[in-house]
Design a protein around this ligand. Sequence first.
Ligand code: GDG
Length: 491
Amino acid sequence: MVWTNANLRDMIRQRLGDELFVVVSNREPYIHRFEGEEIVCEVPPSGLTIALDPVMRACGGLWVAHGSGEADHQVVDGSAHVQVPPESPAYTLRRVWLTKEEEQRYYYGFANQALWPLCHIAYTRPSFNLDEWETYQAVNRKFADAVLEEIGDRRAFVFIQDYHFATLSRLLKRVNIRTAQFWHIPWPNPEAFRICPWSEEILDGLLGNDLLGFHLQNHCQNFMDTVDRTIEAKMDYERFEITRGGCTTMVRPFPISVDYDAIVERAASPPIAEEAKRLARRHGLRKMLVGLGVDRLDYTKGIPERLRAVDRFLERHPEFQEKFVFVQVGVPSRVHIEAYQRINDEIDQLVESINWKYQRDNWKPILFLKAHASPITLYAWYQLANFCAVSSLHDGMNLVAKEFVASRAREDGVLILSHFTGAARELVDAELVNPYAVDEMAEAFHRAAVMPLEEQQRKMQKLRAQVHEQNIYRWAGKVLSTLFKFEFQEA
Ligand code: GDG
């Protein structure tokens, strides 16, 4: 059986009854900002919210998140509520307001300069700062207060998102509340994790959950090993369960995915085809071989490595000069953090020097579009590309890989995918590469450039079948059936 939005909705109605369904995340699924006099609503570029919005649309309920948009205050009611999505309201967004200092220390500080580099093995050193850790815990308490206020005495299921809320589930422990948390980034091995000065508090915080999910079995194993070596707890390696202070946490892998059907529908829509034509004309790509990268500009995504591979590819295969353009769509991200400023500068310099090395007449090998692309533009790029390169140095899953595959309704095109993404465990028919090996990646670009159409189609069909079946609704169905301990309808 292929899981759909309707299956998930039915399952939730049957199994959850009148239980309130609450999602908590740092990033909000809809953000309001000013455009001149007008207020516009946007979907921020984040794998997490893009994956969970269809689930919330299917089950209604409440989403609690940091209200970070400049016009967010203008559109809420007296309880900081706004109904979303704006065009067809399906659930309630409750905004939590943070001060600039809280955002600086909790989000830019502990979450993104300690936990993010700690969990990604990308050779960027984490920094641990007591003020930031204290604010991180205070913000977790602030979110706990908001959630408890919303729930009151009702029975509720709270689904906590990610590494911003390691200490939240403990604060929500009540008889009427069950919690599951999904950790969207990798969990490192115990040796890597033990450098965190507050490792015990973080592990204890996470063990307040009834269910703790990661993308991969390997991340679950790392988490079990980290707990085993760090704090007192009863470990059950047979069932992947941990008991501490009378409370048992199940630890399970749930590889996240995308809304395949919605992507297929969007990819086939006339505005995308029109936009693809416009982009091809505007950038002179009509007769070009097009490679594509789409990322938040983050040091874990392996963007410099990818650009060096473009350089090596053109050096080794000069026949592609003036016939190939690599389009890099990159949204600036976490720009107040020095490591992100450095990666931005490095990418700018590389683009500049590679383009200078090869450019002739009107042709340059790299088109770097450093801005947020609208969903229409993004999907037009997915259509235009002959291949898409995902070269993360370490990535929990990577949804760009799955979006590209789902959007290729003509079944052509090639996905080049880093071994070090969670997606590589499922998308085994991609061209798998080690992004640290520039020559290997350059050769994968060449293989993609010359791959016969039948071979592209054979591989793309398998990739698409995988993403179709293992879609976001199946992911949500599996998480919920594990938490509520009923049998999952596989087929
Ligand atoms: C974390 C984990 C895991 C990007 N640029 C634009 C844009 N995007 C969208 C993509 C995609 C999403 O952002 C990025 O998703 P990823 O999965 O690649 O990455 P993270 O944000 O790092 O997400 C990751 C994910 O959580 C889910 O669990 O897969 O491993 O790190 O959907 O399309 N969207 C638009 N314009 C852009 O310019 N519209």
